[in-house]
Design a protein around this ligand. Structure first.
Ligand code: IVH
Length: 680
């Protein structure tokens, strides 16, 4: 009996995906490349003939689609967290002790995996079909790279639910996109042949390939995916250990690392660390350590989270790689807060996968302590993404005529005198924002991704804007015009316009980003978020004195003083006024401090689908009322809002005896606590 066209298409897709999996995930092809190509071309021909039968989960979509203009942002349903690190055995043992004590058990079982050195992504499958993929971004908001991820051959476009008791209506899978070492070498060879820029390491190559607006380019690069866990699931109950969850993902045809194990106690962890350390160079992909996770999920829940990292997991990093080279010169750089940093210029050396030509010497004291001099042979260390540093000097190789490097008495950039607080190791330029180096760094920080996120405003460009005297403060960015910009080096009219668009787009921001962007000393991203949450409006924040500032969680006298000093400088207040006048804005909760908000400090978890609003809307309505919305249910949760088809979170809430609101009760709660309209 002959097949109908839709049947034939469905069968071809199934076969192609099966062979894709055999080839890319199992590394065990069952047919020849020619046979595979023949099926693929037949499918392509049928889809061209019957365009209405083409679907996003068809393997033909793996070749990429038309270029896009930009990536849309995706708010993660639950934040993509980071991990706490251990660098030695002592820290690992301390982690195990803490874990045992918190759980009150004699021994803990851990699920252990390599720590992939790639790019974190999250994959969403609805009814088994891959519908969305996003980068980690800042952990809360990432970029929609669905089209690009479709081209990654070992990501299933459709899950194989045949081996499960029932299909999964919704699941988010988290893992890393990597470039295998062989693919990286081949890519760089190609780049060199074309005279194009080489990638520094497989991680950068993976990131550069995934964040392509043209997914056909991504498709031409050989990327791979490896999952390290489930990000959320609905309508299905996952097994109750991490290891079994990974097994379950594997059954769905999701690639998971072969090198995973289940071990017990700190000795088990250590043995695994050593095993993988020995395997490291033989693995097809780069890793920078191993990750230990408490295996039992209810124990994980009991341990919970602190700040941005789970208490139930730990990354144990491999020691940084080191190599020998010569210090050619020592220069002094001026940072955003005027700090003078000595930097060693080095004879180029290949270490940890990249060629290193500079290493930070941190500060004068550190340079003295290690006694680093021009002409010295030094061992240079590089770990992960951090700036390379000099580990030690080989004194036996020191030439006879070296001398101690003296820090300059005036700023090497603006000539202002330099000062040092008695209890500090750092010399600072006293030129403030009159110093072009500080100005430049302040502008770069303001525009950086986690601040106002002005894409395309890089170091070279800011150099020119400051040198031309067009930009003295971040507020001046909003006064730039097309004619002037287009005259700059390496700037056409088109890129000038793109930059102006990016500057314009940056005006709509959040209070937390704005506070972070100001570059107040000691106010990092997490502190800025805490301040925004606490004060709710910029004016409340500016007018708070040091005593009130210290009421904010995690803010002590040092940070409070930095903030007070920043606002006591009239110039800073003036720049803020200018920024607001040019239209930089954010949604501010009504002129009321968060402590007074009706749901202040209540922790909510949303699950299931609400008929009356999207999850994002529900989250933002709750946050407007002062509540915190988190991704997983724990003892700290106050309420779980359960929409239709709520899954494991609902059962967990029942287990822990947490108040559950259905949609109607939730709407009543919102109505009861209606807020005045938001204003800036
Ligand atoms: S678990 C809740 N497992 O490391 C914990 N992360 O430093 C979520 N990473 O952003 C992460 N390999 O992208 C986990 N086997 C592994 C990993 C891994 C690499 C990355 C991950 C995360 C970063 C944190």
């Amino acid at each position: 009996m002959s097949e109908s066209v839709p049947q034939r298409i469905a069968r071809l897709r199934g076969e192609i995906e099966r062979h894709n999996y055999q080839y890319h995930t199992l590394d065990d092809p069952l047919i020849t490349d020619a046979e595979f190509d023949a099926m693929f071309r037949e499918l392509q021909a049928l889809e061209i003939q019957y365009p209405s039968l083409t679907t996003p989960d068809s393997p033909t979509q793996r070749v990429g689609a038309a270029p896009r203009l930009s990536f849309t942002k995706v708010v993660h349903r639950s934040p993509m967290l980071s991990l706490n690190n251990a660098f030695n055995e002592e820290e690992l043992r301390a982690f195990d002790v803490r874990t045992r004590e918190t759980l009150g058990v004699a021994e803990v079982e851990y699920s252990v995996e390599p720590k992939f050195d790639g790019l974190a992504v999250t994959l969403t499958y609805r009814d088994g079909v891959f519908v969305q993929g996003a980068t980690r971004g800042d952990g809360e908001v990432g970029e929609d790279v669905t089209q690009n991820l479709r081209t990654v051959r070992n990501i299933p476009l459709r899950l194989d639910s045949g081996r499960l008791a029932k299909p999964i209506p919704f699941i988010e899978i988290r893992g890393e996109v990597l470039m295998f070492k062989v693919d990286f070498i081949a890519l760089n060879r190609q780049q060199a042949d074309k005279g194009d820029k080489l990638f520094a390491n497989p991680r950068n190559a993976a990131a550069g390939s995934l964040r392509q607006l043209n997914s056909q380019i991504t498709s031409s690069r050989h990327l791979s995916f490896l999952a390290y866990g489930a990000g959320g699931v609905e309508g299905f109950i996952l097994p109750d250990t991490h290891a079994e969850q990974l097994e379950c993902l594997q059954k769905l045809s999701i690639p998971v690392p072969q090198e995973r194990r289940v071990v017990s106690g700190p000795d088990g962890l250590l043995a695994y660390y050593r095993e993988i350390g020995e395997l490291r160079n033989k693995l097809p992909y780069e890793i920078d350590g191993v990750v230990y996770k408490v295996n039992n999920i209810s124990q994980q829940t009991r341990l919970g989270y602190v700040s941005r990292a789970p208490r139930f997991a730990l990354a144990h990093k491999f020691p940084a790689e080191e190599a020998l080279t010569i210090v050619l010169d020592i220069e002094v750089q001026v940072g955003r807060t005027g700090a003078l940093t000595p930097v060693a210029r080095l004879a180029p050396v290949f270490v940890g996968g990249v060629t290193v030509t500079n290493a930070t010497l941190h500060n004068e004291e550190e340079m003295r302590r290690k006694d680093i001099r021009i002409g010295d042979t030094v061992s240079v260390r590089r770990a992960g993404d951090v700036i390379p540093e000099v580990a030690r000097v080989l004194l036996e190789r020191r030439p006879v005529d070296t001398y101690e490097f003296k820090m300059p008495q005036v700023c090497p950039v603006c000539g202002a005198h330099v000062t040092k607080q008695p209890d500090e190791a750092i010399w600072r330029c006293s030129g403030g924002l009159f110093c072009p180096a500080q100005r430049k760094q302040a502008v770069l920080h303001f525009a950086s991704r986690r601040a106002l996120d002005i894409e395309g405003l890089g170091e070279k460009l800011v150099d020119q804007l400051v040198a031309q005297q067009w930009v003295h403060t971040p507020a001046d960015l909003y006064k730039l015009n097309l004619r002037a910009l287009a005259q700059l080096e390496r700037m056409g009219e088109k890129s000038a316009q793109n930059l102006l668009d990016a500057i314009e787009n940056s005006k709509q921001t959040t209070l937390a980003r704005f506070i972070y962007a100001l570059g107040i000393r000691n106010v990092g991203e997490a502190t800025a978020k805490e301040l925004a949450r606490h004060f709710a409006t910029l004016d409340n924040f500016i007018s708070a004195d040091e005593t009130r500032l210290q009421l904010v969680p995690d803010i002590g006298p040092v940070v409070a003083q930095s903030i007070a000093t920043f606002f006591s400088e009239p110039h800073n207040i003036e720049v803020i006024a200018q920024l607001r006048a040019t239209g930089v804005r954010w949604p501010e909760q009504a002129e009321m401090a968060v402590q007074l908000l009706p749901l202040n400090a209540n922790i909510f978890v949303l699950t299931g689908t609400l008929a009356s609003m999207s999850r994002d809307e529900a989250k933002s309505r709750l946050e407007t009322l002062g509540a915190r919305v988190t991704g997983s249910v724990s003892q700290k949760t106050d309420y779980v809002v359960a929409g239709a088809e709520a899954g494991t979170k609902l059962s967990k809430a029942r287990e822990l005896n947490i108040a559950v609101l259905d949609e109607q009760q939730f709407l009543q709660l919102l109505n009861k606590n209606k807020m005045p309209a938001a204003s800036n």
